[in-house]
Design a protein around this ligand. Sequence first.
Ligand SMILES: Cc1ncc(COP(=O)(O)O)c(C=O)c1O
Length: 389
Amino acid sequence: MGKKISEFDKCISRIDTGSLKYDKYKGRDVIPMWVADMDFRSPEPVRDALRKRINHGIFGYSSVPGELIGVIVDKLKRDYGWIVSPRSIVPLPSVVVGLNLACRCTGSDGDEAIVFTPVYPPFLEAPPHSRRTLVMVPLACRNNFYTIDAQAFENAITKKTKTLLLCNPHNPVGRMFGKKELKAVAGVCLKNNITICSDEIHCELVLAGKKHIPIAAMSKEIEDITITLISAGKTFNLPGLNCGFAIIPNEKLRRAFKTAKVGIVEPFVNLFGLTASLAAYRDCEPWKKDLLIYLKKNKDILHKAVNTQMKPLSMGDVEATYLAWIDARKLNVADPVKFFEEAGVGLGDGSEFGLPGFVRLTFGCPRKVLLEALDRMRKAVNEHLVESV
Ligand SMILES: Cc1ncc(COP(=O)(O)O)c(C=O)c1O
């Protein structure tokens, strides 16, 4: 008997499904690996729950199921030993909305929000959307390994600094920040009355043998100054269903956050997002386990191919996420994204993350697709090197 094909090996066409990722290159032979969603179907229990809800047929205004909040509370306790009360959890239509609300409810017009760069573009956009000034503090980097430079962070602080937007695990560099780094960051925030908004949307996509540490779970003091953002969207591949959660144990901060929502993102969250999130968090741990094994293998293949067969490209380890951050500066091309698009692979543009010369590759796809993309990249790089001699 042949080997059973893995769910993740199935190549399912996403053409004409209203997909942002695929519509960008419609009609062109370009493998889209730019946006952060995966080419895998969501787990069966999620699809079952959605089917059941659709079959019911009445789609009135939603209320947040108590069971969903209970499942999140239990999960935070089980996974991180973090005990939060149900009222700390604020449902949202997306995590990016949460980043923007966090800017809006901390400080006032003209105050400063710090981000560690390179970073997911909405981190760079959220402060100006809320009339806050964006202050970029580069992550330190050695041999493609990025760390938070707590001293540079402290040096960037002024009287106007009111907010830190932290991304952990970090998109795009794939780091899971450790206890020491997080403690140093939190210490600086506590000393300077800075509110932390920690986007932990990738916290379950752990590929390294490590445990994610929610910064707020490190102490009551830190919890008190922190807004944590989570979502089932990345891990269970539901980002188009638009649902996320803020966890804000401090009542005053939570009230300010909720006030910033009024009339803009109130009062309802999408019914299907809530339905899918409940099924994902409650019923899909075995699927997640299999997904992580698959992603890790993809990551290993990619890491080896980039670092050994595509020199002068290079990348570091991806501790978490399904995103690779590739240094293409030594390739000496004016526009690396255009270069790889012409080779048939659509990548994310480092300059949008605050670091030109880099590209981001989403490896949440069937292995066959990844191998084809790597083949195209390898050929393009090697041809370019021959031409440049
Ligand atoms: C760090 C981070 N935050 C938020 C998002 C988007 O989340 P949402 O679709 O819930 O706004 C992404 C998507 O790539 C992300 O990487």
